[in-house]
Design a protein around this ligand. Structure first.
Ligand SMILES: [Zn+2]
Length: 411
């Protein structure tokens, strides 16, 4: 009863104080002082073309965390995959609640080429929180309501990949941060972002926008930087531990208004809004090879996630060089000599921010950044679209993409 009351109070607070609305407004103003500019900044320096990584990667964008009629989604799997074709994503990760029946029904085999279909499940653990269980044996069926640590241990015992789902959900947030063995979390979750906007002020703004300009315009308007999840992610990696961050949807294409059900927002509109980009070795064509490579990219953090509603961010590069060694996002590199050279690049004009242990240590407004990292720890990049600038003030800023960290290790 007590937890039910606290949930109601939390939702009421969100509605009354309109925190999501104010976050969205405040996030459109960024301060970018010259003191933080790194090499490759606004001085017109040559953009960094000396990316040291010689390996070839294929960047695939995936719609992550999607529900179908196998649980509480509004559409069947052919509907989901038709939306994937329409929105142009390269793969879909279906995670129906507490079941792997679609995997046993061989739906993956019906979509062996782009867009590829991968199937995992979303497990409801104790206190209503959620855990994604990926790459599990088809016959495994989860049991609802068990302690998170038990479920994590079971997933690992089966060789699967456990990831915290909806960590900052308004109704059922993740509380077991001390649990061991979880490989990462949904740092960005579109459903959580949207729920934080269900309040009195945003209703005056989002509802008319959705009605007159369409669902995609409404989704773009409510986009915010996921501050709390990013702070938690940074704290998880602060002691050198690796933790994988992904961007997810929790797409249902189902909204109940009274007794009626509507496909709002549609699968295609949500797929258009947020994707996780995985970096895959080039040359893979076989479905099983691609499936393995995508899961491997999740496990290693060889990925970044983005608000694709502001445009396809590809290519996004983030590399590190130390002596003759190179690393990309998700990988570790040992510092040889006094520093590791970090390089990042994206579309020209993108504001790139380099974070170390949760703090901005460098940024560039040209879409290219280079930085000599002397301190060990986790370094990651955030990219922003900036339509207007007034000196150091960036106006109309929109968060665009977030890379997984490169981990600089001491000798
Ligand atoms: Zn879900």
């Amino acid at each position: 009863m007590a937890s039910s009351l606290s949930t109601k109070l939390r939702i009421a607070g969100s509605v009354l104080f309109a925190s999501g609305f104010f976050d969205a407004i405040a996030g459109r103003f960024l301060w970018s002082p010259a003191a933080r500019q790194a090499t490759g900044g606004d001085d017109g320096a040559e953009t960094d073309q000396s990316q040291p990584d010689r390996r070839e990667w294929r960047d695939w964008a995936g719609a992550i965390h999607v529900h179908s009629t196998y649980s509480d989604g509004g559409g069947d799997i052919p509907t989901v995959m038709a939306a994937a074709c329409e929105s142009g994503v390269d793969f879909v990760l279906l995670t129906d609640h507490n079941t792997q029946r679609p995997l046993r029904d061989n739906w993956e085999e019906k979509y062996p080429t782009r867009p590829l279909l991968l199937i995992g499940t979303e497990v409801t653990v104790e206190a209503g929180a959620f855990l994604l269980a990926l790459e599990m044996p088809p016959q495994w069926e989860p049991e609802k309501g068990r302690p998170p640590q038990e479920v994590i241990d079971e997933v690992i015992a089966h060789g699967g990949l456990p990831l915290i789902s909806l960590p900052f959900d308004v109704k059922h947030p993740w509380r077991e941060w001390e649990a061991q063995g979880c490989e990462g979390l949904e740092v960005l979750n579109l459903s959580t972002i949207a729920r934080r906007h269900i309040n009195l002020l945003s209703a005056l703004w989002i509802l008319p926008l959705g009605f007159f300009a369409g669902q995609r315009a409404a989704l773009k308007a409510l986009v915010t930087r996921p501050d709390a999840a990013l702070a938690r992610w940074d704290s998880l990696t602060a002691d050198g531990k690796t933790s994988v961050g992904i961007g997810a949807l929790d797409a249902h294409a189902l909204m109940k208004i009274g007794k009626k059900k509507y496909a709002i927002p549609s699968y295609a509109d949500t797929f258009y809004a947020v994707t996780t980009h995985v970096l895959l070795p080039s040359g893979l064509e076989n479905r099983n090879d691609l499936r393995t490579a995508i899961h491997d990219a999740f496990r290693r953090g060889r990925c970044y996630f983005s608000y694709d509603c502001f445009g396809d961010p590809r290519p996004v590069r983030f590399t590190a060089k130390s002596g003759s060694e190179v690393a990309i996002m998700g990988e570790s590199i040992v510092r040889i000599g006094s520093a590791v050279t970090l390089s990042a690049s994206a579309a020209p004009g993108t504001l790139l921010r380099l974070f170390h242990q949760g703090h901005i240590v460098a940024e560039s407004r040209t879409g290219s950044l280079r930085f000599e990292a002397r301190e060990p720890g986790a370094y990651r990049i955030e990219g922003y679209k900036i339509p207007f600038r007034l000196g150091a003030l960036c106006l109309g800023a929109r968060p665009w993409f977030f890379t997984n960290p490169i981990y600089v290790r001491p000798v």
